[in-house]
Design a protein around this ligand. Structure first.
Ligand code: ACO
Length: 448
């Protein structure tokens, strides 16, 4: 199979959202802390009738319908998620309801979990399958889904929720350049979920930022090395049109791209002009550790990076800023934002993605984009995702209501024997929602 990659995409996020500006005021944070300090506009969250299973059912059904894919044509289904509803039964098995109905139970794959990285692991599994001897000619399907919620405190505004479905096959408009792929994996306690009775993570926010940037540096250096080995010339930021980052909150994405500019400057790469190199020169002798601590470097590199950031990153930031951290779906929602903003202009362009999951696992990888043929064209993918309309038709909820929902969900997490309000009034037609969890913890969903 040639040009294996993403042939189609769809995204779903809950219609309920809270404005960061309102949340900031409600939390008594200084004005601008969430909107400018974290760079976030709005945050989506699951109401009591939605969860990762309902969102996944919704997005998979929608993708199959909108691209007219016969459910029998799916040969592998993989889910990436870090939202634990069941410690044994995979989310993938819930999604099998859609396929069983059409007589297709011959579908490989289960769930992958490691913080925000599970979706990338699932994606690589599907791409590798299509490229392998075990491939039976059918499509792979990847679902990245999470509901990101934090305990009261500074991390709470960095939540979010979504599900993304990626259809994988040959002759893709979004093809993997598999030789340009570099990983960094290590053992750290930056963000983890050891308390199985709670949906909330234990998080060392500052450590997670530094781990993220260290993993980014390491992956970028390895990717540059691999590129130089294959191409016989230096890789720099000029060699990709766009850079897409896992996006816990936008400020970290700004810092990340600035970090790559700093890397290129140290490597004396052609992407950085002389004036910028001069500004960054005083920091070239810092040790790794010193460079992560230096507030001056952070400031100067972000300033130097600004024009390049506007061109190469800004078009990827729409959904992460509007929806929040979607954990496994976050990177792919950023990529979906790029397709939404640039669609067919992307043909012939290289896009580099950086996936990060705390704990930690990280990979940087490269995609080559082509116009593609209907229905698997960049233009049609943008039209199916219908991002502008989905964002516009959301319902803003006051912070009090958001917090009330989180409180209710704290009680519901791991609980049995309850029925939900079954209130689907805010949900668009075709959306699945939770109606009941019975005395044996079995979950029941309806479709609006
Ligand atoms: N106006 C403008 N900016 C402000 C204001 C204000 N009124 N007040 C604060 N700021 C800025 C700060 O200067 C800081 O920006 P800087 O880093 O550029 O200096 C930013 O807002 C955040 O302020 P902090 O005081 O550093 O934030 P705090 O410690 O309260 O929390 C954190 C931020 C650590 C990101 C927290 O939200 C968190 O733990 N989130 C979850 C962890 C996370 O997402 N990690 C990322 C990778 S791992 C993952 O994906 C889960």
């Amino acid at each position: 199979a040639k040009n294996v990659g993403i042939v189609a995409m769809d995204i779903y996020f809950p219609p309920s959202c809270v404005k960061q500006e309102a949340l900031e005021a409600h939390d008594g944070a200084s004005k601008g802390k969430y909107t400018i300090g974290l760079g976030q506009d709005c945050m989506a969250f699951c109401s009591e009738v939605e969860d990762v299973i309902s969102m996944s059912l919704t997005v998979v059904t929608s993708l199959l319908e909108k691209y007219k894919i016969d459910p029998k044509q799916i040969g592998r289904l993989e889910v990436g998620s870090e939202t634990v509803i069941d410690k044994s039964k995979s989310i993938k098995t819930f999604l099998m309801q859609i396929f069983e109905e059409h007589g297709n139970t011959d579908i490989e794959g289960v769930d992958s979990t490691n913080a925000c990285y599970g979706g990338t692991a699932a994606l690589f599994n599907c791409v590798n399958w299509v490229e392998s001897n075990s491939w039976d000619g059918r499509y792979g399907l990847v679902v990245c889904t999470d509901s990101a919620v934090y305990a009261e405190g500074p991390a709470r505004p960095t939540g979010g929720a979504a599900a993304i479905a990626l259809l994988i096959g040959p002759d893709a408009p979004i093809a993997f350049e598999s030789k340009y792929r570099a990983s960094h994996m290590a053992h750290v306690y930056d963000f983890y979920k050891p308390n199985l009775a709670s949906e909330y993570p234990v998080v060392d926010g500052k450590l997670s930022q530094t781990c993220y940037l260290m993993a980014l540096d390491s992956c970028y250096k390895q990717l540059c090395k691999k590129y130089e080995k294959f191409e016989g010339k230096q890789f720099s930021l000029s060699d990709a049109e766009y850079f897409v980052f896992h996006s816990p909150y936008n400020k970290l994405v700004q810092k990340s791209f600035a970090r790559l500019v700093y890397n290129d400057s140290i490597r004396n790469a052609s992407s950085i002009d002389e004036a910028s190199k001069e500004k960054l020169a005083p920091f070239s002798t810092l040790s790794g550790d010193e460079s992560y601590q230096s507030r001056d470097l952070e400031k100067v590199s972000q300033q130097v990076a600004k024009p390049l950031y506007d061109a190469k990153v800004q078009p990827t930031t729409l959904m992460p800023k509007q929806v929040g951290n979607m954990y496994t779906a976050s990177l792919y929602a950023a990529f979906a934002s790029l397709i939404h903003n640039k669609s067919s202009e992307l043909a012939g362009k290289r896009v580099v993605l950086f996936s990060y999951g705390s704990g930690l696992t990280a990979t940087m990888f490269s995609l080559q984009l082509r116009e593609g043929e209907h229905p698997f064209s960049l233009a049609n993918i943008a039209s199916v995702m219908n991002v502008a309309e989905k964002l516009k038709s959301r319902h803003e909820v006051v912070p009090e209501k958001f917090i009330e929902t989180l409180k209710l969900m704290e009680h519901r997490y791991g609980a049995k024997d309850f029925v939900t309000s079954k209130d689907s009034s805010l949900l668009p037609p075709g959306t699945y929602y939770l109606t009941e969890v019975d005395s044996l913890y079995r979950r029941f969903y309806s479709k609006k």
